[in-house]
Design a protein. Structure first.
Length: 307
């Protein structure tokens, strides 16, 4: 039959006394009296049924049982201390955990995140990535998913209003000037992303090129991989306007064709229905929706009709 675990304060007194080999020094460290530390160690020895110290005229000495027990107790107390500091230290009462689509994190969220940190330095953030949409991560407060916006048991806030268009590295088409017709795509590999309903087939159908033959394509399981491969000159990726802005601005990608198709799929912030939402999560949600609305305005303005 297993012994009942001793009280934590008894274990702390034993660990401190064992490190110092002194009840007096342990008492000073723990803000207790020497008599209290001594009494707690005696209580621990009584419960364990074995002496942990030899009481000598000039101090303490660990018994064989005490020597064997100390490493485990020391490690356990250290782990508790580290975990407590990481989760609850520096005035934090909750660390916000967000499960994020990787391409959205790197291309959309990362360039904006400093603004949130300046406004809310008290909120700790922890990010984990998702590739495929599956069961909700029970450790995550919220999640950013790509799709139509309907998932069982979840509320969703739409974050992006995208257009789809082909993008590539300027080096891929260097020396080519004729891009009036989408037939020009036939000269280059297309980079496909598994898991997106609105991929190349959808785009070509919407632009009237459903008959288009796309040989020698490459497939990836993440959009971020396809975008990077496009920037490296391996072919054309299907860019989503909210995600390629930075790479277009830097010149790593260009969009040589004028045809664009609006998407019904989008990135959404999702969170459980009928479940308590921590105030930090609600703060992050409000900020994220504010950024998404501002981003939508900035994209609409350049295409507004002249007065």
């Amino acid at each position: 039959m297993k012994k009942q675990l001793p009280p934590l304060n008894w274990l702390r007194s034993f660990e401190a006394a064992a490190r110092h080999l002194s009840f007096t020094h342990a008492a000073s460290e723990l803000n207790l009296t020497q008599a209290a530390v001594s009494q707690q160690v005696k209580g621990l020895e009584s419960q364990l049924g074995a002496p942990l110290f030899k009481r000598l005229p000039r101090g303490l000495e660990l018994t064989d049982a005490g020597l064997a027990y100390l490493p485990a107790i020391h490690e356990a107390i250290q782990r508790l201390s580290v975990a407590t500091d990481e989760i609850f230290g520096q005035g934090r009462t909750h660390q916000l955990t967000l499960r994020v689509n990787l391409v959205f994190l790197t291309s959309w969220l990362a360039p904006r995140l400093a603004r949130f940190r300046v406004r809310h330095p008290e909120i700790g953030l922890r990010f984990t990535s998702n590739i495929w949409v599956g069961e909700t991560d029970k450790e995550a407060d919220m999640e950013i998913r790509h799709g139509q916006g309907t998932w069982p048991g979840l509320k969703s806030d739409r974050l992006t209003q995208d257009e789809l268009f082909p993008v590539c590295s300027p080096t891929l088409i260097e020396g080519t000037t004729s891009f009036d017709s989408l037939e020009a795509l036939g000269r280059y590999p297309l980079l496909h992303v598994i898991g997106y309903e609105e991929g190349w087939g959808y785009w070509l159908n919407k632009t009237g090129y459903s008959h288009f033959d796309t040989p020698n394509g490459l497939q990836f399981d993440t959009l971020i991989s396809a975008m990077e491969m496009a920037a490296q000159g391996l072919g054309f990726a299907l860019g989503r306007s909210s995600l390629v802005e930075g790479m277009l601005a830097s010149g790593r990608l260009i969009a040589p064709f004028k045809q664009k198709v609006k998407t019904s799929e989008a990135f959404h912030l999702v969170y459980p229905m009928n479940q308590y939402i921590h105030p930090h999560a609600e703060t992050f949600r409000s900020w994220l929706l504010e950024e998404a609305a501002e981003n939508g305005k900035q994209r609409v303005l350049p295409t507004a009709s002249p007065v």
